[in-house]
Write a protein that binds this ligand. Structure first.
Ligand SMILES: Nc1ncnc2c1ncn2[C@@H]1O[C@H](COP(=O)(O)OP(=O)(O)O)[C@@H](O)[C@H]1O
Ligand SMILES: [Mg+2]
Length: 240
């Protein structure tokens, strides 16, 4: 089997809003086949990191490598064609459009219509609860279902690297568990995942490796199981 280049390497990434720094020298990587999580409280800089990786915020220093290629500062559109897809914070669905139309938007850059049709079937297999409601307006689904649609839409670009920004926020515990299970199943299909979360318990339970972001800087990293045992992490993030 040929070894795949490392899916994502972020090196020394910094970004600021005006003069206010939001990311300070952030380095992290997602290795092949891994779910990696980045945990941080509200305001830690999690969304800024995702936006900087996907070309929405310009870094002041550092670089982003995707499957061995330097993609620093490339636009979101270009990055989609290179296998990167993002589930943004707050889902950003088009509420007036149907679920199917939202899913089709995820595939907008693809010209391989037959493959898109096959991928729609594969994606709907992951979300059987949505299959019967393709022509329902996206805005009428529950919060958890809308999150699933947002994930499904991201998968319609056939990504090899998926960034998820707080997919469990505001959802009931049973739905959080369902989303966590989906993330594991998506990883099992060969998609590499960076999961950004405030919900440390859920994130550490699905991830192989974890980073902790505070004040825009990585303050700890380790195997997820090891971090979950650390007294500081338990006190600050797990409420133990
Ligand atoms: N568009 C923006 N303009 C100015 N400051 C921002 C903007 N977006 C985020 N910030 C600030 O940057 C910091 C990190 O925000 P953010 O990346 O959204 O954190 P998180 O996603 O971890 O909650 C916060 O202090 C936030 O107030
Ligand atoms: Mg955020």
């Amino acid at each position: 089997m040929a070894t795949e280049a490392t899916p994502l390497i972020v090196s020394g990434l910094s970004a600021s809003y005006g003069v206010v720094p939001a990311l300070r020298n952030v380095s992290l990587s997602v290795r092949s086949g891994q779910i990696v999580t980045l945990i941080g409280a509200n305001g830690a800089g999690k969304s800024t990191l995702i936006k900087t990786i996907c070309g929405l915020v310009r870094p002041t220093a550092g670089s982003v490598q995707l499957f061995g290629e330097d993609v620093t500062g490339l636009s979101p559109d270009r990055l989609v064609t290179k296998g990167l897809s993002v589930v943004p914070e707050g889902r950003r669905l088009f509420g007036e459009m149907t679920m199917l139309e939202n899913l089709e938007l995820g595939a907008y850059a693809r010209t391989d219509k037959a493959a898109v049709k096959r991928d729609l079937e594969k994606v709907l297999d992951l979300f059987p609860e949505l299959r019967e409601r393709l022509s329902t307006q996206a805005g009428t689904f529950s919060g958890g279902q809308q999150q699933m649609i947002a994930v499904a839409r991201a998968l319609m670009s056939a990504p090899r690297m998926l960034l998820l920004d707080e997919p469990t926020i505001g959802l009931a515990p049973a739905i959080v568990d369902r989303i966590a299970e989906l993330i594991v199943r998506i990883a099992d299909t060969g998609v590499n995942i960076l999961l950004v979360e405030q919900n440390a318990e859920t994130a550490l339970s699905v991830a192989a490796y974890a980073y902790i972001l505070e004040g825009g800087a990585i303050i700890a990293e380790d195997a997820a199981g090891t971090l979950a045992q650390s007294p500081e992490v338990q006190r600050a993030y797990l409420g133990i």
